[in-house]
Design a protein around this ligand. Structure first.
Ligand SMILES: CC(=O)N[C@H]1[C@@H](OP(=O)(O)OP(=O)(O)OC[C@H]2O[C@@H](n3ccc(=O)[nH]c3=O)[C@H](O)[C@@H]2O)O[C@H](CO)[C@@H](O)[C@@H]1O[C@H](C)C(=O)N[C@@H](C)C(=O)N[C@H](CCC(=O)O)C(=O)O
Ligand SMILES: Nc1ncnc2c1ncn2[C@@H]1O[C@H](COP(=O)(O)OP(=O)(O)OP(=O)(O)O)[C@@H](O)[C@H]1O
Ligand SMILES: N[C@H](CCC[C@H](N)C(=O)O)C(=O)O
Ligand SMILES: [Mg+2]
Length: 471
């Protein structure tokens, strides 16, 4: 591709790629110089040019010498749009999901429902890039823009026609998922998280709202989980742009959840759509998984599938990794579940999901991440104390923080918790204490494969450890 065709000039300079890190610039690249949370990318413009950058997307006031300055007030957005022209084509149908909890689950269930309807499908999010053939981890929920667009283009080359992706608030604030056409976008819910980065709930919500006001196509659709306090705001913002809004949930109009009955390993839902009532046998437990399943169905319907077939396919989905995953039975016979709950709302949702599945006590192993929103720690403790019977307070990715100090903060909300810093020992204690009629919930790490302590990632997998201590 020629630079001129990208930016509407007569430049014949060949473009070989895009980079946002000057260390990844090769000859012929377009460099994006962004002001970041830790450093200012504009400080690396000269080095990027020395490495071969032929154009630099940067604010008008940035100094660019020896390369074309593509000036933009919001360089991240301009860069995304240019890079998308270079990397495309993309899968013909892409949808995005945002919300505090449920993005990964909804993205993955959307992929499964499309696949069951016969479309080669993929999802991109916390679990990495998932296709019918397998999963590849990317490290972040929303990868950087270059990785995101090249992954999407790679999927298209492999024949993927439908892709769902998770739009985290960090990703939205940093324009990490822009540029490609987005046919539909979904909102799951909003509760406290990430205030270390966004500072206020309003700024956090505003970051998420941009998915609906700017990112989704002007002729696209929006799916909202109607039973959240912020859903009306999302729907109003979407309608103000003339977008089609599908609402799902007990208060939903497109898919109205009339009833939900837990069964041994799943639940039966009564769902009303266009005047008809459907019975859906969902093989996943918990109100929160029903919510994610219905939002996923909403996205699949919004992108052209029929209602009856989509709801019928919900009976055929498989569990999402690390989300209420039933991983073992203890020697006493107590089921052990691994879940990714790492906010107070998610802990409540996971406990509520398991409560109907025990006639005995609910044991919870949990902690909170270091270098992340500190204000969520006390509420996480309080909710665990309120919703579970036996609490084992342990470490969950302390990162650069003192793990004992993190636990001390959570303990303020959960004074009755047993403090066992070593995560394996905490899981072992919970499993050993559980009686046959009890349930054990190991919360916070889900699919994760490591415990991040200081700057080291020590191998750790809740699922494997649960199986080992139960054996
Ligand atoms: C706080 C945050 O989100 N940081 C992310 C962000 O950094 P940033 O734009 O602020 O970048 P910066 O480090 O200040 O650097 C500014 C610019 O200079 C460039 N640079 C920097 C150094 C250099 O030598 N040369 C150079 O060119 C950088 O590439 C960057 O473009 O952009 C980087 C590249 O895309 C990300 O790697 C980095 O994620 C860090 C590692 C991170 O931990 N992010 C977490 C908090 C995150 O994003 N999490 C959400 C999860 C949310 C959820 O699931 O709930 C996610 O989407 O994964
Ligand atoms: N719809 C929901 N309502 C409330 N809690 C939920 C919902 N969906 C998921 N959760 C809780 O949040 C946890 C994480 O779910 P999931 O990974 O799908 O969310 P996410 O939004 O992708 O999270 P992250 O921001 O960490 O990527 C689950 O394990 C569960 O405890
Ligand atoms: N995407 C989330 C993951 C948190 C998972 C938990 N295990 C932790 O490390 O806090 C975040 O970055 O906040
Ligand atoms: Mg996720």
């Amino acid at each position: 591709m020629r630079l001129g065709s990208l930016i509407g000039t007569n430049s014949e300079t060949a473009i070989t790629g895009f980079a946002i890190d000057h260390r990844k610039v090769a000859r012929g690249c377009v460099f994006g110089a962004f002001q970041g949370a830790t450093v200012n990318g504009e400080d690396f413009i000269a080095d990027a040019v020395a490495n071969g950058a032929v154009a630099v997307v940067a604010r008008p006031e940035a100094r660019v010498e020896g390369a074309v300055h593509i000036a933009a007030e919001e360089p991240r957005r301009r860069f995304a749009r240019l890079a998308a022209q270079f990397y495309g084509p993309f899968p013909q149908t892409t949808v995005a999901i945002t919300g505090t909890n449920g993005k990964t689950s909804t993205a993955e269930l959307t992929r499964q429902l499309w696949q069951l309807a016969g479309h080669p499908s993929a999802s991109i999010g916390t679990l990495g890039v998932t296709t019918a053939q397998g999963q590849v981890s990317t490290g972040l929920t929303t990868p950087d823009i270059v990785t995101f667009l090249s992954n999407m283009a790679g999927l298209e080359r492999e024949g993927v026609t439908h892709a769902s992706f998770e739009a985290s608030s960090h990703g939205l604030a940093q324009y990490r998922t822009e540029g490609l056409p987005v046919s539909a976008a979904a909102f799951t819910n909003l509760s406290r998280d990430h205030l270390d980065y966004h500072e206020t709930m309003e700024a956090y919500f505003a970051a998420k709202l941009r998915l609906f006001t700017e990112v989704v196509d002007a002729r696209g659709s929006v799916v909202v989980w109607a039973d959240d306090a912020r859903s009306a705001d999302v729907a109003a913002a979407a309608r103000a742009r003339g977008l089609d809004v599908l609402s799902v949930g007990a208060a939903g109009e497109t898919l109205r959840l009339l009833d939900r009955e837990p069964t041994h390993l799943g639940q039966t839902l009564a769902v009303e759509a266009a005047g008809r009532t459907y019975t859906v046998k969902l093989p996943l437990i918990g109100a929160y998984q029903a919510a994610n399943g219905l939002v996923a169905a909403g996205l699949v319907i919004a992108t052209g599938a029929d209602v009856a077939g989509t709801l019928a396919n919900l009976a055929r989905v498989v569990p999402v990794r690390g989300r209420l995953e039933r991983v073992a039975l203890s020697k006493a016979g107590a089921p052990i579940y691994v879940d990714y709950a790492h906010t107070s709302d998610a802990i409540a949702a996971a406990c509520d999901a398991l409560r109907p599945h025990t006639s005995g006590r609910l044991h919870i192993v949990f902690g909170a991440g270091g270098d992340r929103d500190r204000g969520k720690r006390v509420p996480m403790g309080q909710v665990a104390e309120e919703k579970a019977d036996c609490l084992y307070l342990t470490d969950d990715n302390p990162r650069s923080e003192d793990p004992a100090a993190i636990r001390a903060e959570i303990l303020k909300g959960a004074p009755n918790a047993q403090e066992i810093g070593d995560r394996r020992a905490a899981i072992a204690a919970a499993v050993a204490a559980a009686a046959a009629e009890d349930v054990v919930l190991i919360a916070g790490k889900g699919h994760e494969q490591g415990q991040i302590v200081a700057d080291r990632v020590l191998p750790f997998d809740d699922v494997a450890v649960a199986r080992e201590v139960a054996a």
